[in-house]
Design a protein around this ligand. Sequence first.
Ligand code: SAH
Length: 227
Amino acid sequence: MSAIHSTKRKRKTLIDTYRHKGMRVQLVSELKGRGITDVNVLKAITEIPRHFFLDNAFEEWAYKDVPFPIESDQTISQPFTVAFQTSLLNVKVNDKVLEIGTGSGYQAAVLSQMGAKVYTIERQVKLFNITSKFLPSIGYNQIRILLGDGYLGSERFAPFDKILVTAGATYVPDALIQQLRIGGLLVIPVGDKVQKMLRITKVSETEVKTENFGDFRFVPFLKGINP
Ligand code: SAH
C-alpha cells in the first residue's frame, strides 16, 4: 500500500530515510524475538514510519520498544503492546474495526495498513484535533476519527467485526459487546493498576467466550469527553 509519503507540517518535517527503515527492521526483529509471529502485523510495523507519530526531537525513541508520552498526558503504546493486541485481533482485509483511544493515531494506522476499515474514538479534544489532521496528511484518508466516549462505542457505525481498546478499563462495557457482530472479537485490557489482556469472542447474542493473555499497563480508560 502506498499510504506513506513525505510531507511537511508546521512543526514537523516528515522524512523517512534508510536509517529509519533500518531501525524499523531492528525493531521488528526484537518483536519477533518477543514472540510476535503474525506476518501481517510485522509487515505493517515495517512499513509505517513510527517516528512521524512523535515530535522530531524524540524520533530516536520511535524505534525503541517502550511507551512514549504524547499530548494531553497520554502515551503512544509500546510497539510490543501494539503488535500483541493487533495479533490478538486476527485482522483480515476489509474487517470493520473500532479502536478506542486514538491517541497518536499509530495503532489506527497499523490497522488501516493491514487493510481493515478503521473507526477510532478519542475523548481528548486536543488529541482528536491533532490526529484528525495528521493521519490524512500522511495518506490515511480512510480512517474515521470520532470524538466521543469510547465506553459507549459507536452506535452509528456498529456492528463491528473487531473492537480494540487501547486504554486500561476497570470493567468490560456492555455497549462494546452489543456492537460486535456474532463471531466478533473484543480485545480489552481490564484491571485497576495492572490490566489483564482479555480477548472476548461474541459467540451468540447471549454468550461470550473470554481468554486471558496476561498482564499489561495502560493509561486509564476514562469516562466522558475532555474538552
Ligand atoms: N492507540 C493509541 C494509544 C493511546 S493511549 C496510539 O496508538 O497512540 C490511550 C488513549 O485512550 C488516550 O489517548 C486517551 O485519551 C484515550 N481514552 C481514554 N479513555 C477514553 C474513552 N473513554 N474514550 C475514548 N478514548 C479514551
